[in-house]
Structures are given as structure tokens and as C-alpha cells.
Design a binder for this molecule. Structure first.
Ligand code: AKB
Length: 322
């Protein structure tokens, strides 16, 4: 069956690249991008775009009806660090957007929903190493509380109403096209830009803070793969653990130094250190690999290569050097 896809939050870090990839698969006119603000030129010019507030049910319903949308990818969210500063706003955005999209599926207006969870759904009492799919989950951040609650809402709508909702617990996602905003893992994106632009970086996490991470290409592939999987293979309707690599600021800096020997890193941990300390270090994603064939391509070395090359190329283009 042909799909018409609506992406809510299409101009964010993951939404931007997910939209472009979905457009190459399903056709530009079958993938409707939406956000509260306009996105980059490539996104705006390659297919339909609508200004939509993720918490506005009527506005979303209007777009769903206008394009006869069959699937929704809900990518709008307030991330961990910003959510600590605006707890009520974060809860309202992260929860009300999810519930209204789940209701569209419950009412059979759409057929399928993708909603991202995060490693933030775990907490300080979860095992830090090889964190299993099912374990103690007591998050201590507002973002994490919204993610664990959201996971259970997804599972509830699936069990009770048969809603076909699928979800992944993303690690920190690293990319060069669109920068993330307001996350605790954002340092692992900023460090590459600063390495090229200034030759140095002051990190807001301590040098030995190990966190799970993933290159954007792998994250986008996983997202589309779980949505395309046969429904009977999706055995987890909360959210799947997903992993590719884990590293510390010290390790990413050493990898960058292989390309930029004069690169310098310093450490000035702030409130985000406590958030990072509450999360797992290495995730066990064997269930995603077994159930729907997930596999990653990028490790720290290959990702660093890609990041540095692409940022240099992009900066040269902006300077008119290419
Ligand atoms: C954040 O740091 O808040 C996000 C996440 C791990 O979900 N990147």
C-alpha cells in the first residue's frame, strides 16, 4: 500500500534528515514536512511543508485530512537540558503531542505512528553497562519522565486499541546538517564544529563521561527500518534499545586529534553532568537486532571522518570557496 507520511517536527536535527530520506523512498509529494518554523532550503524546496504546532490537534487534523496522511512520525520534543529549565512546558509538549497523535491512530484516521524515546528513559538505578531492554527504569529528569511515560502510553494504545505504534530509545545522535538543541549529548556534535572552526573546545561534561551515541545515517536507517518491519516482528511496543557506540569526551577528542593534531579540549562540567551521570553508558540492543534486523554501520573512527569532512565542505561552501 502506498503511504502518505506526515513528519511533525521536521525541521529539527533528526526530522530534517529523516524527511529527506523518506522523500527519496516514498516520493517528495508523499512526505509532508511540518514544524512551528520553516526549515532549511533543501527541506522547504523538496516537498510539501505546513506550519503546525505539535500540540494543536485541530491544526494537525486539518493537515492529516488535507493530504490523506496514513503515517505520522512525531519528532517534535523538548530535549533533556532545556526540559530541566522548563519542566511544565516540556511535559506539555512531549506528552500532549504524543497523546493527540495516538488518538488519531485509535480513531483510525491514520494507520501507523512513529514516536522516539531515548536512553533518558533510564535512570541512576538502571544498570550502566549493557543496559538490558527490560530493567529498572526510574528516570530523574523531566525529559526522561516524559519518555518513560510516553513509552507506556504507546504500549497501552497498542494493547488496548490495537494502535500500530513503534518506537526506539535513541542514544545521542551526531550529525552535521542540522545541529541539535537543548540536549545533554549535544557536546558530541559541537566538538566537531569547534575543532574545525576554532581548533579548541570547552566541554560541559567531564572527560570520562561515557554515553551511548550514534551517527545520524544509522539513526535514520533504524527509524525507517522499524516502521517498514512486519508488524508481527515488532514484539516490543514500549520502545526498543538501540546502540552503535559508546565513548567519553576524552575518547572523541583523541579521535579528532588524529585528523587535527593541534586540537585542544578543556573541561568545565555544568548542570548537564548530573543528567549524563543518570544515564546508561553502554546499551544492550540485542532485541532490536533479533526482532527486526537492526545493524549499525558507523563507529567512532568512521563517524569522525565523515563529520570532519562534511563540516569542512559545508563551511567552504558557505564561504564561497567551492
Ligand atoms: C538529549 O541529550 O537530551 C538527547 C537524548 C539522549 O535523548 N540527545
Amino acid at each position: 500500500m502506498s503511504e502518505t507520511i506526515l513528519i511533525i517536527g521536521a525541521c529539527g536535527q533528526i526530522g530534517t534528515e529523516l524527511t529527506q530520506k523518506l522523500r527519496t523512498i516514498y516520493g517528495n509529494n508523499s512526505v509532508i514536512a511540518s514544524d512551528i518554523r520553516e526549515g532549511n532550503e533543501e527541506l522547504m524546496e523538496s516537498g510539501p511543508f505546513e506550519i503546525v504546532d505539535a500540540t494543536d490537534r485541530e491544526a494537525i487534523l486539518k493537515v492529516v485530512n488535507k493530504y490523506k496522511v496514513t503515517q505520522v512520525y512525531l519528532m517534535a520534543a523538548m530535549l533533556s537540558a532545556t526540559a530541566e529549565k522548563h519542566p511544565q512546558k516540556a511535559w506539555d509538549l512531549n506528552m500532549s503531542s504524543l497523546l493527540l497523535v495516538l488518538d488519531l491512530a485509535k480513531d483510525k484516521i491514520i494507520n501507523q505512528v512513529y514516536w522516539p524515546s531515548s536512553i533518558a528513559a533510564f535512570g541512576p538505578t538502571s544498570p550502566k553497562q549493557n543496559t538490558p531492554q527490560q530493567t529498572i527504569m526510574e528516570p530523574t529528569t523531566v525529559y526522561g519522565i516524559s519518555k518513560i511515560s510516553g513509552e507506556h502510553w504507546c504500549n497501552y494504545y497498542h494493547q488496548k486499541y490495537g494502535v500500530d505504534v513503534r518506537s526506539i530509545r535513541y542514544p545521542g545522535i551526531i550529525s552535521w546538517k542540522t545541529k541539535p538543541g537543548g540536549g545533554t549529548t549535544d557536546y558530541a556534535v559541537d566538538i566537531y564544529f569547534k575543532a574545525i572552526e576554532e581548533g579548541k573546545y570547552e566541554c560541559f561534561l567531564s572527560e570520562d563521561t561515557c554515553l551511548p551515541m550514534m551517527y545520524m545515517d544509522d539513526a535514520v536507517n533504524a527509524t525507517i527500518q522499524i516502521m517498514q518491519a512486519d508488524s508481527k516482528d515488532i514484539k516490543t511496543r514500549t520502545a526498543y534499545n538501540l546502540a552503535a557506540m559508546s565513548f567519553t569526551p576524552n575518547q572523541i577528542a583523541s579521535e579528532i586529534k588524529k585528523h587535527i593534531p593541534e586540537f585542544e579540549i578543556s573541561y568545565e562540567p555544568d548542570f548537564r553532568q548530573a543528567i549524563a551521570n543518570s544515564w546508561p553508558q553502554v546499551i544492550d540492543d540485542s532485541e532490536a537486532r533479533k526482532d527486526w534486523g537492526w545493524n549499525h554501520d558507523y563507529d567512532l573512527a568512521s563517524m569522525t571522518n565523515e563529520m570532519l569532512q562534511n563540516i569542512k565542505h559545508k563551511n567552504n561552501e558557505l564561504l564561497g570557496l567551492l
